[in-house]
Design a protein around this ligand. Sequence first.
Ligand SMILES: CC(C)(COP(=O)(O)OP(=O)(O)OC[C@H]1O[C@@H](n2cnc3c(N)ncnc32)[C@H](O)[C@@H]1OP(=O)(O)O)[C@@H](O)C(=O)NCCC(=O)NCCS
Length: 192
Amino acid sequence: MANNRWHKYCRCEGLLKMAFLCIKKYTCLKKGSRKEIVDIILQSFTDDDIELFVQWLNKDYIKKWYGNLEDWINEVKNRSGEFNFINHFIVKYDEDKIGFCQYYDCYDAQEEWYKVINKNEVYSIDYLIGEEEFLNKGFGKEIVKQLIDKVKTKGGRQIIVQPEPENKASNRVLTANGFIYDDDRECYFLKT
Ligand SMILES: CC(C)(COP(=O)(O)OP(=O)(O)OC[C@H]1O[C@@H](n2cnc3c(N)ncnc32)[C@H](O)[C@@H]1OP(=O)(O)O)[C@@H](O)C(=O)NCCC(=O)NCCS
């Protein structure tokens, strides 16, 4: 009997917890409340995330800004080898995987759009929201904020990013986080 009551209690508590999480997510998605959005977690990327990442990359609103998708896939697949200088993350909100982001030392990447001569000075970041229902609710801004914190912790002095000028949402998440456009280098920068 007591056992039966205990089971009922557990089931009831489980249902209440689920209802609470649903209400929490609903109010956050509706209002975009910053208090809730800070609950996102940047979790280290694992092989289990590759399939979802590929699905996200193939969405129209993402692939139009992401150049050669095979390069991105190759980088996450070889993140323990050739690309181990890139720090890849899956963005989690409650139990949902909602996006992807990364940061890296430009000294290690040596891309053609900048010249960096010292290690641990200049970093770059990338970010995307993979699930449409989480777009335009403030999550992008929070992801960039958390990436900035990670670069600061590493000791990086500057972050540079070069979104397409037409990518208004991407430009905005940067300026909202204090980035300034540098006409000479044709990219956004933030001194940390
Ligand atoms: C860029 C991206 C991560 C932004 O994330 P998001 O969560 O939708 O953005 P936020 O809700 O934090 O909004 C940031 C700002 O951009 C604005 N914004 C969002 N979408 C917009 C759009 N399509 N056009 C114009 N402004 C837009 C918001 O109104 C907000 O402005 P505010 O600060 O004045 O309120 C997301 O749009 C995305 O994943 N895009 C596809 C991938 C991509 O382009 N990645 C960047 C490559 S450089």
